[in-house]
Design a binder for this molecule. Structure first.
Ligand code: NAP
Ligand code: F7E
Length: 323
């Protein structure tokens, strides 16, 4: 029986990864940071099956103790300040969590047990102002936000600990992945939640930013499988994980409104408040390497994903209206 330690277990990916590892009979530990109110909504259904340890990516000793207490075979570093706009308001904090936090965790592993396998949650945001399309593992980085810059540091320190100390450390360069558990501030969930509320008569309009931005959107449940597969190979390596199809925010909105029989032009307004200081215009991933070496392929298609999210948001609002 293997043991895994997950940072960011209360987040979207952490909850799906914990479910996957439990199904594979892992003992699953998660690091949670202290907050004044409980934020275990995404893991409440598995809370009795996992073990939670208090810790923070800002606090070196708490990470060392988490490694000592859980004695993991695998560590998945999913914890981060992950919302791009917040990274302009809080660039230093974003750097502390999302960049230096990776080094703190790698140091804890290096000091306690160099045989632990390490997964770093890297991102397509590192490609930013893209140098080529589609983007693969060899495409150079040009991050466009403090978040992207912090993740680029996290990516290279993961590669560096592999090359300096021989750690089995892998970096998954994941393109956008979504689900009914996505945070409400990200564009897919903001749209699907608003469509649900508009359909139920609880909201009148949806305010968004750049309609022309394009993303390669996949399903989080599919993407966490790739994280696990990366740590099961003979040699550590870095992989791009994507669907290979890009859609605009406009198409996303159209798909979500059409699913409930509404015309998006009647409800959507653009608001400069949601336009970013520097935009990532188009991201499109080439995950041939993951297809070939990990035998990984995404299952859920864009339209299915958006419909799944709209249906889930409608159900949630209907249930809370009944209470
Ligand atoms: P998420 O829902 O925002 O979850 C982030 C997690 O990090 C939460 O559990 C949060 O805990 C935790 N966290 C934040 N600051 C922390 C700190 N100082 N110490 C310990 N934990 C901390 O993100 P996600 O969508 O699941 O993404 C998982 C990871 O993949 C992130 O690193 C993200 O940057 C990266 N990524 C995401 C995507 C995507 O499309 N989803 C794509 C590429 C890469 P609280 O609940 O306490 O806030
Ligand atoms: O924006 C545009 C916005 O916030 C997507 C994170 O998980 O994926 C995520 O980062 C696009 C951008 O995600 C609104 O300008 C228009 O072009 O959903 P998002 P993101 O910035 O791509 C990457 C891979 C990560 O690693 C990150 O952690 O949509 N957009 N109007 C809007 N975006 C938001 N949030 N809200 C709007 O109203």
């Amino acid at each position: 029986m293997k043991t895994a330690l997950i940072t960011g277990i209360t987040g979207q990916d952490g909850s799906y990864l914990a479910e996957l590892l439990l199904k594979k009979n892992y003992v699953v530990y998660g690091i949670v940071r202290r907050s004044s109110s409980c934020n275990f909504e995404r893991i409440s259904h598995i809370q009795d099956d996992i073990k939670l340890i208090q810790g923070d990516l800002l606090d070196q000793n708490s990470l060392i103790e988490a490694i000592e207490d859980s004695k993991p075979d695998e560590v998945y570093n999913l914890g981060a300040q992950s919302f791009v706009p917040t990274s302009w308001n809080q660039p230093v904090l974003t750097g502390e969590f999302t960049a230096l936090g990776v080094t703190r965790l790698l140091e804890a592993i290096r000091l306690k047990n160099k045989n632990i396998r390490f997964y770093q949650a890297s991102t397509s945001e590192m490609f930013g102002k893209v140098r080529e399309t589609p983007q693969n593992e060899k495409t150079s980085f040009y991050p466009r936000s403090p978040y992207g810059v912090a993740k680029t540091y996290g990516h290279w320190i993961t590669v560096n600990y592999r090359e300096s100390y021989g750690l089995y450390s892998c970096s998954g360069i994941l393109f956008n992945h979504e689900s009914p558990r996505r945070g409400l501030e990200f564009v897919t969930r903001k749209v699907t939640d608003s469509v649900a509320r508009i359909k139920l008569g609880l909201l009148k309009e949806l305010k968004v930013g750049n309609l022309e931005a394009k993303r390669d959107w996949g399903y989080a449940g599919d993407f966490v499988e790739a994280m696990w597969l990366m740590l099961q190979q003979d040699e550590p390596d870095d992989y791009v994980i994507s669907t290979g199809k890009a859609h605009s925010v406009r198409e996303l909105i159209d798909t979500a409104f059409s699913h409930v029989g509404l015309n998006w032009q009647d409800y959507v307004v653009t608001d400069p408040k949601f336009v970013r200081p520097a935009e990532v215009d188009v991201l499109l991933g080439d995950s041939s390497k993951a297809h070939e070496k990990l035998k990984w392929k995404p299952r859920v298609k864009f339209e299915e994903l958006i419909m799944m999210m709209v249906d889930s948001d409608i159900k949630r609002h209907e249930s809370s209206a009944k209470l």
